[in-house]
Design a protein. Structure first.
Length: 318
């Protein structure tokens, strides 16, 4: 049995990084917050979890769910600023380049979302790993905690934890995963699923834990709730979907240096002065990094981001 598999939600991580207010990175007039934030989060995950295998999943429109519910995700803001659109596309392209460079599987499937693909991957591989860690802020993924070896990397009170079925039971008063799907249908979700008006989290928990109350709720709102459950349950569909085969991450350190240079980052000394081979693998010592034409509010933070990235990426090349 393999040790750990890391599954990541591409959009969830990249877009959060692009919205960071404490960073302001540019290269040749283009924002690079997204790619730097992705590197940071990626390296933090890998350093904590030490997986051999990583799969990055992403959404691909048009979503199949809109065929059942046209309002699905309809409240998402549409970006009209051309400069912002170019910046987003630039960060997406550069992050995709990084994943290709690392031999990391990037998976998207027309009509499905990252949550669906993560769910399909867990279904296929949950018996092959001691632990599967999911990195995403989406609470819909709590459904996958029904597998004993699945956990979610979450920030709780400023610290990252591996959120397990034990944490879930504590937070949601010992309800089952099936009850949780009904709970989400009642309270609504961030994907424009409105839930039932007047029924918030406290009332919804009480309802799903009481069979009589639940039956009464479904008698009154059954059509809506069954539709919402269908939209919430993961995965949305399984037919015509082929889950990727696993492949080990790897890195060509010279290509990675060129990648950094393409973003205005270049090591000040040859790699032989920052890296030496030790028994058991590569040991990397970053002495200094120079940033060309990059405007930033917190230079030390970015140096730490890149230092972590280089350390882990070079270790992959063993």
């Amino acid at each position: 049995m393999k040790n750990s598999l890391l599954l990541m939600d591409f959009n969830n991580i990249l877009y959060r990084a692009m919205e960071l207010t404490n960073l302001s990175l540019t290269w040749k007039g283009m924002s690079t917050n997204g790619i730097f934030g992705f590197i940071n989060q990626f390296c933090n995950c890998v350093n904590a979890i030490k997986p051999k295998y990583v799969i990055v999943c992403n959404d691909r429109k048009p979503y199949d769910r809109t065929k059942l519910f046209p309002e699905y995700k309809a409240d998402r803001a549409i970006v009209k600023d051309e400069k912002r659109i170019k910046e987003v596309q630039f960060n997406i392209e550069k992050t995709r380049e990084l994943l290709d460079l690392l031999n990391i599987e990037y998976w998207s499937e027309k009509g499905l979302e990252a949550d669906d693909l993560i769910s399909l991957t867990v279904k296929k591989y949950h018996n092959d790993f001691r632990r599967i860690v999911i990195y995403s802020g989406d609470s819909d993924l709590n459904q996958l905690l029904k597998h004993h070896n699945v956990c979610l990397r979450r920030k709780v009170k400023g610290k990252y934890i591996l959120y397990s079925i034990v944490n879930f039971k504590e937070e949601y008063e010992n309800i089952s995963i099936k009850q949780y799907i009904k709970y989400l249908a009642i309270v609504g979700t961030h994907n424009s699923i409105p839930g039932i008006s007047g029924l918030g989290p406290v009332k919804a928990l009480k309802i799903v834990k009481d069979e009589e109350l639940l039956n009464a709720c479904y008698q009154e709102h059954g059509d809506k709730l069954r539709l919402y459950e269908r939209l919430i349950k993961l995965p949305f569909r399984t037919n015509t979907v082929r889950t990727p085969e696993l492949k080990e991450a790897s890195c060509n350190r010279f290509k990675f240096i060129r990648f950094l240079s393409g973003l205005g980052i270049r090591p000040t000394a040859p790699m032989e002065t920052t890296m030496r081979i030790l028994e058991g693998g590569w040991s990397v010592h970053i002495k200094s990094i120079h940033y060309d034409n990059i405007e930033l509010k917190n230079g030390e933070q970015i140096r730490e981001i890149v230092r972590r990235g280089i350390i882990w990426l070079m270790q992959l090349s063993q």
